[in-house]
Design a protein around this ligand. Structure first.
Ligand SMILES: [Fe+2]
Ligand SMILES: [Fe+2]
Length: 270
């Protein structure tokens, strides 16, 4: 099985700036330590956007320092808090498509992961996501590549309604077009996303979907109006995909608490 680590919504801030009293850099470091300890053998790390909070060069430089010496090849994606040009200036080796969008394919021996760029600063309302015609063309080309090869599609904005009304208002504007495009490809096995800061499983258009928590602040399960700005100090987290040779995928999530509980073996103690 191939192990793909997943992070999303890092929201790195300038030094000294906290989000709901939490330091996103300190939270990320703690989660990375847990990932290194448990999954140094993973094949890849995928980061699903909202890499930083304000899109500044100072924040991206801070992120680059935090990610120094990782044991995994890393693929970055854009979220609504990112700035594409500033990101690219700091991470010049990041994967881009022919039009300069942060879109790339991770080629595993038995599957492809297609990483999309839903950042759209001009989309209304602000912070919603959009895949323009060029990005949709890239997606269609990649979906048609290597027929029969299982495809995992990754994007920041989930392409379905979550029930968090405020977040759904800043969701993926052309999600119906995206779902229709994915449905037309028999190889799509899973869609993964971030943006909500909460673990969510879904089926949309008949496709299985998973949304991952942030290493920092999370979304409380408070549905209804005004829910785009709510945050709660729960454990940071990361995700892990196990991709089998038959294209089957198992999705794990792991909370990283401040104090790790001891793992007890109930069988061995008897
Ligand atoms: Fe976020
Ligand atoms: Fe987001």
């Amino acid at each position: 099985m191939h192990k793909i680590l997943v992070l999303t919504d890092l929201h790195i801030t300038p030094p000294g700036e906290l989000i709901i009293g939490l330091d996103p850099a300190e939270r990320l470091s703690r989660v990375l330590d847990a990932m290194r300890a448990a999954h140094a053998d993973a094949d890849h790390l995928l980061i699903l956007g909202d890499l930083v909070h304000y899109g500044t060069a100072e924040e991206y430089a801070r992120l680059r320092g935090l990610l120094r010496d990782l044991p995994w090849p890393t693929t970055f994606m854009m979220g609504n808090h990112d700035d594409r040009d500033t990101f690219c200036a700091t991470f010049p080796r990041a994967g881009l498509d022919a039009n300069g969008f942060v879109q790339s394919r991770i080629t595993l021996p038995h599957a492809h992961i297609l990483c999309l760029d839903t950042l759209a600063p001009d989309a209304k309302p602000r912070h919603s996501g959009f895949l323009c015609a060029d990005r949709m063309d890239w997606l269609r080309t990649e979906l048609a590549r290597a027929p029969g090869t299982p495809k995992i599609v990754a994007l920041h904005h989930p392409p379905f309604v979550t029930g968090f009304d405020g977040m759904d208002r800043i969701g993926l504007v052309n999600r119906a077009e995206v779902i229709e495009t994915l449905q037309a490809c028999a190889d799509v096995r899973l869609v993964i996303a971030g943006h909500i800061h909460r673990t969510i499983m879904a089926s949309a258009g008949g496709l299985p979907m998973a949304v991952f928590k942030s290493p920092c602040h999370q979304m409380p399960l408070q549905l209804g109006a005004g829910t785009s700005g709510l945050s709660i100090d729960e454990s940071g987290a990361y995700g892990l995909l196990l991709v089998g040779p038959d294209g089957d995928i198992c999705v794990h999530t792991e909370d990283v608490a401040a104090h790790k509980a001891a793992i007890l073996d109930d069988i061995a103690s008897k």
